[in-house]
Every structure is written in structure tokens, then in C-alpha cells.
Design a protein around this ligand. Structure first.
Ligand code: PMP
Length: 362
């Protein structure tokens, strides 16, 4: 049975226990065709049914409007940093990017290899950290899209709302917030998320795209990277990551059984509030660098006032079965990632440990 330790890694991250158990059983069960879920041809009926199930379940969870399509693509979010301009620029030269932190800047740097990039907005920084100011963003004429990162995994910053980009399609890297709560898909042209935080195993990326945006691919975009071709072939232009899609379908079932995205949001809010309360209640022993209202519920970032205690904190936490709490190498400190599969008991155990460590070392 799964280890009682709680893994707070930013990704690949914990999967729900029920999903691990179903995946284990299905891994070792061969059907009448002599194949398990890991062994089936992607062209056969059994895998096509798995794919359709994952697509339909996800569409239900997202309350997907009928003019949107779901693609299951090989690769990570970093691939999308290039595939977005390759598929969406069309005849345009300009694309806009908001700078909210590390991943948005990586996206912008890739975009700049294909487009004239305009900075749409930037986060107020330095401390307290916050998302870029919202409201109306002035974008250049003929701008193909505006890219945002609604949850910055490294800094632990979450947008409190969405900007108004007028007719310019909003493209969002939702890698670290996908399926953590209800989302109004109609506000976006494209949403994408790599799988290894809230969807399933690494190697898969989900792209949700408004149909009219499928008409713009660059002439030389490689076939498996062409959104239009993948939409036409139900994500099977070539062999898709079949096992990752299978497990993603199990995760979507688990979310639906637990009450859907509203239930995820409620549980995630309780988990994050517990941690932030422990940090804020420590009388300065710990600090959270992100402004209230902009703090991520997925990636809780904090640090010790006395940074020399960080390694002791990590070692003692590990001894308590609370693992992978080191902050991203770009920013240091500590980070607890609380994706959907982190049980409330995990957040509670970490909150207790945070308070206890402060008492012992304060
Ligand atoms: N964007 C965000 C917001 C991320 O958190 C990550 C990974 N942590 C990436 C992009 C890169 O994703 P991948 O490694 O799947 O390419």
C-alpha cells in the first residue's frame, strides 16, 4: 500500500491513491485481446475508447463550450512555448506576453524566437510579489495572442482574476493550476497544461483550443506539433503517450467522483489556508513573500527568517515524512505544492510541523 509520507514536490507530483491502485491493477490485467493498457496499439478500438473517455470526462469537468477542442499531445509545457507561436501567429508578427515570474519569462523568451514580442504587463515586484495589475491591457495592433501564466509555480504567485485583452485571444499556461478549480474556458483562446502536476504521468500535455484558432498554423510546423492536424486526427497523428492518457482518464474520473472542480477548489482553499495561517501566525519566524490575494493555492512559498535553519527544517521535515519541500533553485527557501491529490491530512501535518519547528527553534 502507498507510503504514509506526504510528497510536496512541484512536479512530477503525488497522484491520488485510488488512481495508483486502479493503475496498478490495470497494468497487470490483459484483456481478451491479450494486451494490458500499457500494451495496446493506439489505432485499436480499446485505446480509442480510452482516449474518448478521457476527452469526454475532461470536457465535462471543464464544462467545455462546444466550439473548443481538447488535444492530448506528447511533450511538456515547454514544447507549447514554441507550438503556441507556430500554430497561432498566422500572418501576424506581434504577440504579447505578461511577465509574472520565471515561467512566463521562459515562455516569452521562446515566443521571441518566432514573433515580435510586446510586454503586456509585468508584476509589481520585488516584495511583496504580486501578479501583474489587471484591467485593460493595451496590446499592439495585429497582435496574434496574449500569453499569461495564471499560476507561477516557482514564485508561488496566482492571478486574482483575468485581464481584459479585448479581441486578442488569451493563451494561458495553466500547468500548475489546471483542474484546481472551476474555470470559464470561454475567456481563453488556448489553455495548456503539462500532465505531471494535476493530470497524470509526465510526457503528456493537454491543450484546450477554440476551434477558429485551428486555422493559423505555420506552413512548416511539424505534423505532430500542428494543432489543426492533431484536432483532425483526434490527437493520433502519430503514437500518443497512451499510458499517460489512460492514467489521465483515471484522474479525471477521480475528480468527477470527488465532486468536480468546485470540490477541488474548496479542498485546495482549506489546505492552502492552513499553511499560510501557520506561516503568518509564526511572529516572523517564517515569511511568505507573496502579497495576500495573489498567493498561490497550488505552490505555497515561504522561507525562514534565519535562512541558516533551512537545511535543518528540510531534514526534520523529511524525518516526519514531509518530503520535497525545498524551494526552486531560482528563488531558494521553501515551497509546498498542494495539488489536487494532496490530502487535507497532508496539509494539516505540514502546518503542525511548521508550527512545531518554530516552537523548537524559535
Ligand atoms: N510552465 C509552468 C507554469 C510550469 O510549472 C512548468 C514546470 N514546472 C513548465 C511550464 C514546464 O513544464 P514541462 O517541464 O512539462 O515542459
Amino acid at each position: 500500500s502507498p507510503s504514509p509520507a506526504f510528497n510536496f514536490a512541484a512536479g512530477p507530483a503525488r497522484l491520488p491513491d485510488a488512481v495508483l491502485e486502479r493503475a496498478r491493477d490495470e497494468l497487470f490485467t490483459r484483456g481478451a485481446d491479450g494486451a494490458s493498457a500499457l500494451e495496446r496499439p493506439f489505432t485499436g478500438d480499446a485505446f480509442r475508447a480510452t482516449l474518448a473517455h478521457a476527452r469526454e470526462r475532461l470536457a465535462e469537468l471543464l464544462a467545455l463550450p462546444s466550439n473548443y477542442r481538447i488535444l492530448f499531445l506528447a511533450g511538456g509545457a515547454l514544447h507549447q512555448f514554441s507550438l503556441v507561436p507556430m500554430n497561432l501567429l498566422g500572418d501576424a508578427r506581434h504577440a504579447a506576453y505578461a511577465d509574472s515570474g520565471y515561467w512566463s519569462r521562459r515562455a516569452m523568451a521562446e515566443g521571441a524566437r518566432y514573433a515580435d514580442v510586446t510586454l503586456a504587463a509585468r508584476h509589481a515586484g520585488p516584495v511583496p510579489l504580486a501578479a501583474p495589475p489587471l484591467g485593460h491591457w493595451a496590446l499592439p495592433a495585429g497582435c496574434a495572442y496574449c500569453h499569461i501564466t495564471p499560476n507561477e509555480t516557482v514564485e508561488g504567485i496566482a492571478y486574482p482574476g483575468l485581464p481584459d485583452t479585448g479581441d486578442v485571444p488569451l493563451v494561458a499556461d495553466c500547468t500548475s493550476c489546471f483542474l484546481t478549480g472551476p474555470v470559464d474556458v470561454s475567456r481563453f483562446g488556448v489553455l495548456y497544461a503539462s500532465a505531471q502536476k494535476n493530470i497524470g504521468p509526465a510526457g503528456l500535455t493537454v491543450v484546450v483550443i477554440r476551434e477558429d484558432l485551428l486555422e493559423r498554423p505555420a506552413p512548416r510546423v511539424p505534423a505532430p506539433h500542428c494543432y489543426r492536424l492533431q484536432a483532425e486526427h483526434d490527437s493520433c497523428v502519430n503514437t500518443p503517450p497512451t499510458w499517460a492518457i489512460h492514467v489521465a482518464g483515471l484522474v479525471f474520473d477521480w475528480i468527477a467522483d470527488a465532486g468536480g472542480l468546485a470540490a477541488m477548489a474548496a479542498a485546495n482553499r482549506r489546505k492552502a489556508e492552513r499553511l499560510y495561517a501557520a506561516i503568518d501566525g509564526s511572529e516572523g519566524f517564517y515569511a511568505a513573500p507573496v502579497a495576500t490575494g495573489h498567493r498561490s493555492g497550488s505552490n505555497v512559498r515561504f522561507h525562514l527568517a534565519d535562512d541558516r535553519l533551512t537545511d535543518t527544517f528540510l531534514a526534520e521535515a523529511e524525518a516526519h515524512g514531509l518530503t520535497h519541500l525545498r524551494g526552486h533553485r531560482q528563488v531558494g527557501g521553501l515551497r509546498a505544492s498542494l495539488y489536487n491529490a494532496m490530502p487535507e491530512a497532508g496539509a494539516a501535518a505540514l502546518a503542525d510541523f511548521i508550527a512545531g519547528f518554530a516552537r523548537r527553534h524559535g
